[in-house]
Design a protein around this ligand. Structure first.
Ligand code: FPP
Length: 284
């Protein structure tokens, strides 16, 4: 019997059973050039816009509970916040926006809530696809898509294909939606890919370094997040991008996700701009 799951994140505490399936969102080809894990010089964030912003969207359930509404109503309201944040990210000149929408552990939520979230995903895509394409936003769904069914699966394939076409000459923003995603599963997938290449004689063990590992992650074609935001005041990583956020600046916002808007994103960007990124070295 599955253990009860905390309902406080796209997270959940420790899953009773981690799904065995290997996530299917593997990049078709491993990009040749992989950025070094640590930049050669120490860039101060001062005044800078982060290239990649990642967000753990949290607090939908509490938002609904405070209003005496069912949890799915909080997710529905959270969809509005996604739209506001995409718009603010475009205006600010962010290159990559990664949103944690549904974790592998979230499959253990009540079936009604899981169904509501999958329906919302379809609804979001149906409602936004044209606008995203017109604004040259390229959407990718990252996670174990083998677990998606019917309408949700068709919707993610359609939004990826249409926004890929619309941004063939270059995207203004790359929007990564993490659905059925878990960082540990992604790390295991990368380790297995390396092991298979070594076993097949295509890769020497000595050639395995940080860049080679990063090149086998689902995010291999994007820079690591510079800024990680979590809403609703919770202070956890919840199995999100564990490798990639090694040097990300963290901003914890007390705002519940459905209330998070463009001003809140701009406040987080301003906080980031005031940080000094040292990558373990001494400050200026
Ligand atoms: C965490 O809040 C949020 C989620 C598990 C789902 C996030 C989904 C959306 C924002 C809406 C749909 C988005 C897209 C991209 C279609 P929680 O339920 O854990 O809240 P709680 O901690 O207050 O219980």
């Amino acid at each position: 019997m599955p253990a009860p799951v905390a309902s406080d994140s796209p997270s959940a505490a420790v899953p009773a059973a981690v799904p065995a399936a290997v996530p299917a969102a593997v990049p078709a080809a491993v990009p040749a050039a992989v950025p070094a894990a640590v930049p050669a010089a120490v860039p101060a964030a001062a005044g800078a816009v982060p290239r990649h912003v990642a967000i753990i969207m949290d607090g939908n359930g509490r938002w609904a509970r405070r209003r005496g509404l069912p949890r799915p109503a909080g997710h529905q309201a959270g969809m509005g916040a996604v739209r506001a944040v995409v718009e603010a990210a475009l205006d600010a000149g962010v290159e990559v926006l990664s949103l944690f929408a549904f974790s592998q552990e979230n499959w253990q939520r009540p079936p009604l809530e899981v169904r509501a979230l999958m329906t919302l995903l379809e609804e979001y895509i149906a409602r936004e696809i044209r606008d995203l394409a017109e604004r040259r936003v390229r959407v990718r769904i990252i996670g174990d898509r083998a677990r998606l069914r019917g309408g949700a699966l068709r919707a993610v394939e359609r939004v990826e294909a249409e926004t890929a076409r619309a941004t063939a000459a270059g995207a203004r923003l790359r929007l990564n939606l993490f659905i059925s995603y878990g960082a540990r599963a992604e790390l295991v997938h990368a380790a297995r890919a390396l092991a298979e290449e070594v076993a097949a004689g295509r890769l020497a063990p000595e050639a395995i370094d940080e860049a080679a590992f990063a090149a086998r992650l689902f995010t291999a074609d994007a820079p690591d997040p510079d800024l990680l935001i979590r809403t609703s005041g919770e202070q956890r990583l919840s199995n999100f991008l564990l490798w990639q956020v090694a040097y990300a600046e963290l901003v914890i916002s007390p705002v519940l996700w459905p209330d998070f808007g463009g001003d809140d994103l701009r406040a987080a960007l301003a906080e980031y701009a005031g940080r000094e990124r040292r990558y373990g070295r001494v400050g200026r």
